[in-house]
Design a binder for this molecule. Sequence first.
Ligand SMILES: [Zn+2]
Length: 368
Amino acid sequence: MKPEHRAYRTVDGHVRIGSVVYGIGAEIADPEGWVWLLVEAMDGSRDPAAVVACVREAHPAVGADDVRQAMADLLAAGFVEDAAAPVPVSDRERERYSRGVPLLRWMDLGPRASAWDAQLQLRRARVLLLGVGGTGGYAAQSLVASGVGLLHCVDPDVVELSNLNRQPLYREADIGRPKVEAAVSFLRALNSDVTVTGERREARGADELRDLVGPDRSPQGRYDLLVLAADRPTELRRWTNRVCLDAGLPWVDAGYRGPLVTAGVYVPGRGACWECLRAGEADRRELRLAPGQDEEVASPRLPWNPASAVTAGLSGGLLAHAALALLTGVPALEPGFRFGVNLMVPGDRVHQRFPRRPDCPACGDGPR
Ligand SMILES: [Zn+2]
């Protein structure tokens, strides 16, 4: 049994595994008491045959097949790992990721050969990051600290004093320096096992974006994911959506509008695209816009996008979480949604999920 899912026995004799409040746990009725013995026996010190023998010694009436089936059910539910599986990384990596891997194991409800599988998947991943400001800076820091394989950063700007209230990669001494240059040197110093590259550039149209995404752009082949953390030009999200749909490239984005911080998770061919969600959200909010009137008019978009270290940190954290989830499958997310936090109403659930729209101009069934 994974230590993070440790079972306990309720006062009425049920076996509870994990924590139900996290959406991970399970509760099993155990009138004869052998399920409790089973989860205690599965502590990593016995092979499956010895576990069966241990249970049947105390409960001879229970069939060996029933015990084996219960073990298989626990395995399928993601509560079990192979305690004897080799650790396929160096001692240094083992120590470096010794807190992150147990978290992945905790959130991972798919059976895996080793707790290190998700970490190794991350080490193989190649990510294109657009924008290393507040959101992008926090996300880049998280991805590099977590041990992503390759991160290529793209940003056209230089560091300004007004960036320093929320952009964690820059210091006062960096003012006037291209952001990409300062970001790459910060990120390389953070984790020398990660390949970090950058270019000072702005995607000023869908064609330029297509060129950045293109199959030959990454030094080690095709990217696995695009992480969008830039908000200029205004059309950038729409272009990104179209280019990623054409390229079959999964992508994530995040940002803030005042106190509302959200991130989106998109995989071409699986659920709603960015434009589907945008249309679904406009319907939900009953904006009562005239035909052709853009949704932007309903919430202010200012030249100085108001932001703090808190909103940028949350936005970058949610973005990194979305990226890590798509790259590792932990936790398993069904794409085609936005999620987030409203700092004005922290108890409210921010979750936008709408079905794919057959009439969507980007991913719909009609001509594009
Ligand atoms: Zn769509």
